[in-house]
Design a binder for this molecule. Structure first.
Ligand SMILES: [Fe+2]
Length: 359
């Protein structure tokens, strides 16, 4: 095994050397994009799981992403050579769709590290990363802030009419967190909101076998790669009083969930709006503020620069959709996003503010 890795590395170094010597960058890229050349790597788990190995090296990961990108390009090309349209008919060019695929592919590679207890892998504990206690947002609604790599992330917990719990974008909790969760009710439904936010879904299903795993129709093929999907969000959730809003002007990827609270409504977003305020970053990832500055995601409520690049298909359509959502929900009391401070005051105004950023 070690020999084959050494040989592969040698092959890699020699091939890069030849390509660079010939000053043919395309040659390098085309080579790396050929999945077959790196098929060995594909049988291995990446990033966290092999933290100390060659495969966690950023350059190796970049190659893997390029290879995956190429695979997707080939798959797309074989399926459709023409222009594609989103679910509202907005045009998505092939370029934009492929760029989005690359973006998604990169984040889909993130996997948890392994934790061994007496030689046995404890899968749940392998997924537990630093997180806050469960905190109340409103009656029947709570959130947890976790930290995954450089990024803070949010899980939302909602008490359904039957007192069971709905979990959105699950984060594996430490034992105190699990006890707190179970004191609120029995986990019944878990929404895996898109193909990126699936990292802890499998261990939740293992821990709570009765949990109904739900995903938007468009995300199901990707979510089921890690955990079986029991139901489509758009079909199941209305039975529990949850309204599923399909964003307009956004690449089909995720839904926005409207929850009824005793005091009004809550909207649960995932990646199409961020709210990485300075106070939130200071609290959870104070050393990473510059990263989010660089990514154009720091200090405001709205779609990020990356979101515009990879998720948004039509700026005006998305802006008008956000405004309409704010107008339709005058009793909006909470807005939650997967990355950022939950909003609990002036929610409709804040949503209009996010829309206005697209003017
Ligand atoms: Fe996200």
């Amino acid at each position: 095994m070690l020999e084959s890795k050494v040989l592969l590395c040698l092959f890699f170094v020699v091939r890069v050397g030849i390509a660079i010597a010939s000053q043919n960058l395309c040659n390098v890229i085309v080579f790396f994009m050929n999945r077959e050349n790196f098929s060995h790597f594909y049988h291995l788990d990446l990033i966290y799981e092999y933290k100390s190995s060659l495969f966690s090296h950023p350059y190796v990961q970049a190659i893997l992403v390029l290879s995956e990108y190429h695979r997707l390009l080939v798959a797309n090309a074989s399926q459709n050579h023409d222009k594609t349209y989103d679910n509202r008919g907005a045009l998505m060019t092939q370029d934009k769709r492929d760029a989005s695929e690359l973006f998604y592919s990169f984040f889909s590679l993130v996997k948890p590290r392994q934790v061994r207890e007496g030689g046995v892998i404890d899968e749940w504990m392998a997924h537990v990363l630093p997180h806050s206690p469960i905190q109340e947002l409103a009656p029947n609604l709570w959130h947890v802030t976790g930290i995954l790599g450089p990024t803070p992330r949010e899980m939302v917990i909602y008490k359904l009419a039957d007192s069971a719990l709905l979990i959105h974008s699950a984060i594996a909790l430490d034992e105190a967190g699990v006890a707190q969760l179970e004191s609120l009710g029995t986990p019944k439904i878990m929404i895996v909101p898109n193909r990126i936010h699936r990292i802890d879904a499998k261990v939740y299903k293992q821990r709570y076998p009765e949990l109904l795993v739900v995903a938007p129709e468009v995300a199901k093929p990707y979510v089921k790669e890690v955990v079986p999907v029991d139901a489509i969000a758009e079909e199941l959730l209305p039975n529990y009083g949850v309204v599923c809003h399909r964003p307009a002007g956004i690449r089909p990827q995720e839904l926005v969930y409207e929850l009824s609270l005793p005091t009004g409504k809550a909207l649960i977003f995932t990646d199409i709006l961020f709210n990485l305020t300075d106070s939130y970053l200071d609290r959870y990832v104070p050393r990473n503020k510059l990263i989010f500055n660089f990514l154009g995601a720091r200090g405001y409520f709205g779609i990020t620069a990356l979101g515009k690049r990879f998720f948004m298909t039509d700026r005006i359509t998305y802006r008008e959709w956000l405004k309409k959502l704010a107008d339709c929900l005058p009793s909006l009391r909470v807005i939650s996003v997967a990355h950022g401070e939950p909003i609990t005051t002036n929610c409709a105004e804040r949503l209009r503010e996010a829309a206005a950023r697209l003017s």
